[in-house]
Design a protein around this ligand. Structure first.
Ligand code: ITT
Length: 197
């Protein structure tokens, strides 16, 4: 069985592959499709943007589709970058995004650098209500990058219980505790009922 994920982000794709292949499912993403799809992610919430991605692909291919909209919510920045996390510094450039985040938090002490990652997953199929789950994980924003695994803001996201940044965890370790890993665990609890409905 193959699951189609409406993502062009290789970091996300790798994490979903890690999670779903363990369950015996093969993951395909936008990178595996012969055509390019123009997805206009202009929603005002994680859920809206996830639905736009999933529906665009479902309508084009006539298949059930999963989409993930996620981001980093920083308390001292009134929730920024939030739904704009991928393009915080303009283009989708992880290094520039991280640099901008560090600049905007310059001088702020550790205890005021609280943040959380958010992940909303939606699954759609024709003539059914979409299924939607969300999860978050709390942490602190470091003052300089730590670790080289993961993607996006992982080198700046300090996960206090493990005393490591997300970029210092293996993918399996990150999936145990991350916003995405927790959202997939929630999805697993409700998916079968929805699918068989
Ligand atoms: P797709 O829309 O193609 O899935 P995207 O990267 O544009 O890819 P989003 O719009 O959901 O996806 O933006 C998510 C951004 O939030 C992502 O680019 C990272 O900057 C950040 N992000 C989300 N999850 C993350 C994680 O686990 N680790 C680090 N950064 C993460």
């Amino acid at each position: 069985k193959t699951i189609l994920i409406a993502t062009a982000n290789p970091g996300k794709a790798a994490e979903y592959r890690n999670i779903f292949e363990e369950k015996g499912l093969e993951v395909k993403t936008l990178a595996d499709l012969p055509e390019k799809y123009d997805i206009n992610e202009n929603g005002t919430s994680f859920e809206e943007n996830a639905l736009i991605k999933a529906n665009t692909l479902m309508n084009a291919l006539d298949l059930p589709v999963l989409a993930d909209d996620s981001g980093l919510i920083v308390d001292a920045l009134n929730g920024a970058p939030g739904i704009h996390s991928a393009r915080y510094a303009g283009d989708h450039d992880d290094a520039a995004n991280n640099q901008k985040l560090l600049q905007n938090l310059a001088g702020l002490p550790f205890e005021k650098r609280t943040a959380r990652f958010h992940c909303t997953i939606v699954v759609v199929r024709k003539n059914h209500e979409p299924l939607s789950v969300s999860s978050e994980v709390s942490g602190h924003i470091l003052t300089k990058a730590q670790g080289s695994d993961g993607f996006g803001y992982d080198p700046l996201f300090y996960y206090t219980p493990l005393k490591k940044s997300f970029a210092e965890l293996t993918m399996a370790e990150k999936n145990q505790v991350s916003h995405r890993g927790l959202a997939v665990a929630k999805l697993a609890q409700v998916f079968d009922d929805w699918w068989n409905d």
